[in-house]
Design a protein. Structure first.
Ligand code: SF4
Length: 334
């Protein structure tokens, strides 16, 4: 099947630092599958990062490299997918501007994350025009490539519903320019970090893909387990063990079920159980580390790949914007 006959997928990640196991389990594994079947556009969404992190933005170039290097090392293939940097395709901004003018303000004011994020991150000044418009920019990111499929976790499904509503409004006002993007609901496993809370860079509890084997070993070996297991002879409940969230995401089912049984019947110690997930992760990540080291030694490769992706993305985005301008009546006549 050639690229033209494939459905278009759009997804993105904010460049907030190196990627961790949560990104692998929640998005990247799925992206690797999608690139086999669809024409995928994967974007490093630095304008989105700016909308919430504009007060501390000095690491943006370094973080952009980290994300792109992680993507390439895990197997995203620039020959199959378009890997690009959002701010290098200005058409996103033009479409965002136009969409922002047709969206009734209450549609944005009722987005739950707008208030939630302000409550959760009181140190950041997020009561801004740009942050309120975050879902509009997300819609522009999708529509500019006429993406038909958008993989989202449950927590993002509200944003996609809003994107669909905006699409319908645009099409009603100016004609059927955009396909209505469909949700591809993806299971995002809840992964615990080293302190038992949700794995997140901002909690400082993440296990990064680029962490070397000894660091992974140390981080997991010192993780808390089910509190019932004070001694090896105490039976545990794997569903309440933070480490077992890693087993659920990465250890094959049969092995995992057998470990769970051994935990419940106190036939295995936590160190032995942890060793299984450590070994599995080292096995999964060994080829990743090899490519990652090569890319770190020659960083220009990564920038060149992004540059090519930017050009491909621009070609599609420009075409779409021509149609949009023409539908609205902004096209210049010669
Ligand atoms: S045996 Fe495994 S699942 Fe059970 S508490 Fe220990 S680490 Fe967790």
């Amino acid at each position: 099947m050639n690229q033209k006959s494939k459905k278009v997928v759009l997804s993105g990640m904010r460049p907030t630092g190196p990627l961790h196991l949560g990104h692998l389990a929640g998005a990247l594994r799925n992206w690797l599958d999608l690139q086999k079947k669809y024409h995928c556009f994967y974007s490093i969404v630095n304008w989105h990062a700016f909308s919430s992190d504009y007060q501390q933005f000095s690491h943006i170039r370094e973080y952009t490299f980290e994300v792109a290097a992680d993507w390439l090392s895990i197997g995203l293939d620039p020959e199959k997918s378009v890997l690009f940097l959002q701010s290098q395709v200005k058409e996103h901004a033009e479409l965002h501007l136009l969409l922002s003018m047709i969206i009734p303000l209450p549609w944005l004011q009722r987005v739950p994350t707008f208030k939630e994020m302000q409550r959760e991150l009181p140190d950041k000044e997020l009561n801004t025009y740009g942050f309120l418009g975050y879902p509009v920019l997300q819609t522009a990111d999708i529509l500019i490539y006429k993406a038909q499929v958008v993989p989202v976790g449950e927590d993002q499904s509200y944003h996609l519903e809003l994107a669909r509503e905006i699409t319908r409004r645009f099409n009603r006002l100016f004609g059927e320019v955009f396909p209505e993007p469909q949700t591809l609901l993806t299971e995002v496993p809840k992964l615990a970090g080293t302190d038992g809370r949700k794995m997140s860079k901002s909690y400082g509890n993440a296990i990064y893909l680029k962490d070397p084997p000894d660091v992974i070993r140390k981080k997991i070996s010192t993780m808390k387990t089910d509190i019932r297991r004070k001694r090896k002879s105490d039976p545990g409940v794997p569903e309440e063990c933070p480490v077992f969230t890693l087993h659920k995401a990465f250890v094959p089912r049969e092995k995992r079920d057998s470990l769970a049984r051994s935990c419940r019947t106190a036939q295995i110690g936590c160190l032995e159980c942890k060793k299984v997930v450590i070994d599995t992760l080292i096995h999964i990540l060994t080829p990743f580390w090899k490519t990652r080291r090569q890319l770190e030694q020659d960083q220009s490769q990564v920038w060149k790949i992004l540059d090519k992706g930017n050009q491909k993305a621009r070609t599609t985005a420009r075409k779409t914007m021509e149609e949009v301008r023409s539908a609205i009546g902004f096209a210049m006549k010669s």
